[in-house]
Write a protein that binds this ligand. Structure first.
Ligand SMILES: Cc1ncc(COP(=O)(O)O)c(C=O)c1O
Length: 505
């Protein structure tokens, strides 16, 4: 004979001031006791009359709770014999009270609970969203105070004041036509790409494109040429699709295609950042671009051209995009508004060879369909009314001035310690450290002093490079360059990296 559940049930505590109805509180507590093994399968519950008296509840309230528990299989009602805990709950081990209260932490989960694919994401940092500290030199922390908020608000209001089916319903899978048209015109002028709006697909940032393209174009074990050092998040996205990465070194013309041909001539895809190699900053030469396209055409391979900040070129005219040179429909051009506008917008675009448009869109249909139409419409207006080009022009001048101011301060205060050359494009410098130092250690120790940089070695795979830090300049106003470099120098001094005379400022 199983022990009666009366004692256990009498431990039920009801909160009459709580907004949760009493029948539901009772239901939740009995359910929790069954799940936790405190009341075992087969135990007869006290009668509704007893419970009603003991808990000072109406019988209707108790019956409501019982009905739900019966419907869910926790309790069973036997005619004339009362209500029992379902037999399938027999033999449950009493759970530890603390363990019951705490959801398991990820570190408690055995790896077998996650997919093998999830191994690729281990250790990926997602802390970068935090607002930049005053001494953040992270390249991703650029300027937001100069964004023309009043224009953006006006354009946003325009669409909010006239909500329409087009604005509120599911958007076009390929992206808003008006935005695709504006992008097609923009890339023609800025990047020499002659495409029509039908080849443009709007995405939620470039990173989404890397994931989707990996899914669409790669089979497990396919080889992929990647720049080394290169864009970390893109590598992980492609590896997670089962790609085998072939790291190719970077020389003064860009990715080393000869190494690729020697090591793995039939790679299925190459990922490259020709307009500003990420992170080293090299612009891929014209000859190298042609060589890459010829190889892709010969081999029927795909080329993902990541052009994330082509807008920020300070010297010389940009070379045409790879996509613009490709007659064989092998290149996919990926652009983003994360740098030119702001990253939380989560809007980017892919320009696809015609044959890939439909397969890419059908893949999107089972992912997230399309980004919010409202934001696409505002971005389209921002481009069509000339604000985009004006903003980019102002930011280019601003970033150039910021680079100059930071370079001056770095030379004055840390010229004997760091070596660097100003960059022609992008938003960060590569500051080379004395060769005996380990850049990850330096970056980690600086972060503890609230100075944020990236270590170059984090971007490297097979080809080790001398130690260096990525120092973003776009987020440092000119008038703050001196004090921020002072803070950097002070931290380096305190960490023992600088000779004594440099510590005194
Ligand atoms: C090399 C590179 N490509 C692309 C991106 C843009 O990513 P998203 O458009 O997803 O913000 C970044 C962002 O930092 C980047 O560094």
């Amino acid at each position: 004979m199983k022990p009666p559940a009366g004692l256990l049930l009498s431990s039920i505590e009801l909160d009459r001031a709580n907004a949760i109805p009493l029948y539901r509180q009772l239901y939740l507590q009995i359910r929790k006791q069954i799940l936790g093994g405190r009341i075992q399968g087969g135990v007869r519950l006290p009668s509704t009359r007893t419970l009603s008296k003991e808990l000072a509840l109406s019988r209707i309230t108790i019956l409501n709770a019982f009905d739900q528990l019966i419907a869910e299989g926790f309790l069973a009602s036997r005619t004339g014999a009362g209500t029992y805990v379902g037999t399938e709950w027999e033999g449950r081990v009493l759970a530890d009270a603390d363990a019951q209260r705490q959801p398991p932490r990820l570190s408690d989960l055995s790896q077998s609970m996650l997919s093998l694919r999830s191994n690729h994401f281990q250790g990926v940092s997602y802390a970068d969203w935090a607002p930049g500290s005053p001494t953040s030199f992270l390249p991703s922390h650029s300027t937001y105070e100069t964004f023309p908020q009043h224009i953006w608000r006006r354009l946003m209001n325009r669409h909010l004041h006239t909500p329409s089916k087009a604005m509120l319903g599911y958007g076009e899978l390929q992206g808003l036509q008006a935005l695709r048209q504006a992008i097609a015109e923009y890339v023609f002028d800025a990047r020499g790409i002659d495409c029509d709006a039908g080849q443009v697909v709007i995405i939620s940032g470039a990173q989404q494109a890397f994931n989707l393209l990996g899914m669409l174009l790669l089979n497990p074990q396919d080889s992929v040429w990647m720049e080394d050092p290169g864009h970390i998040a893109a590598r992980i996205a492609l590896q997670a699709q089962g790609a085998v990465v072939v790291p190719l070194r970077i020389d003064d013309q860009g990715i080393d295609i000869q190494q690729g041909l020697a090591q793995c001539p039939d790679a299925r895809l190459v990922f490259t950042t020709p307009s500003r190699q990420h992170p080293l900053g090299v612009t891929m030469s014209h000859a190298r671009r042609q060589e890459l396209i010829d190889w892709a055409a010969r081999n029927q391979s795909w080329v993902i051209e990541d052009d994330c900040d082509g807008e920020f070129r300070y010297h010389g005219r940009p070379l045409p995009a790879l996509y613009a040179m490709d007659q064989w429909a092998r290149v996919i051009h990926v652009g983003t508004f994360s740098k030119a506008l702001f990253p939380s917008l989560r809007l980017g675009y892919v320009i696809l060879p015609q044959a890939l448009v439909e397969p890419f869109c059908t893949l999107r249909a089972v992912m997230d369909r399309s980004p919010p139409t409202l934001l696409q419409a505002v971005t389209a207006d921002f481009m069509r009314e000339g604000h985009f080009l004006g903003h980019v022009r102002r930011m280019r001048t601003l970033y150039q001035a910021r680079q100059q101011a930071l370079v001056e301060q770095l030379r004055q205060q840390l010229g004997d310690f760091l070596s660097f050359t100003p960059v022609d494009a992008g938003m960060h410098l590569i500051a080379w450290l004395p060769p005996q130092l380990d850049d990850s250690t330096v970056a980690r120790e600086l972060a503890r002093h609230n100075i944020h940089t990236y270590a170059l070695s984090d971007y490297c795979m097979a080809h080790a490079l001398p130690p260096a830090l990525l120092i973003g300049f776009a987020g440092t106003p000119e008038h703050q360059a001196r004090e921020r470099v002072e803070a950097l120098a002070r931290a380096l001094g305190e960490l023992g990296y600088l000779p004594a005379r440099q510590v005194v400022l």
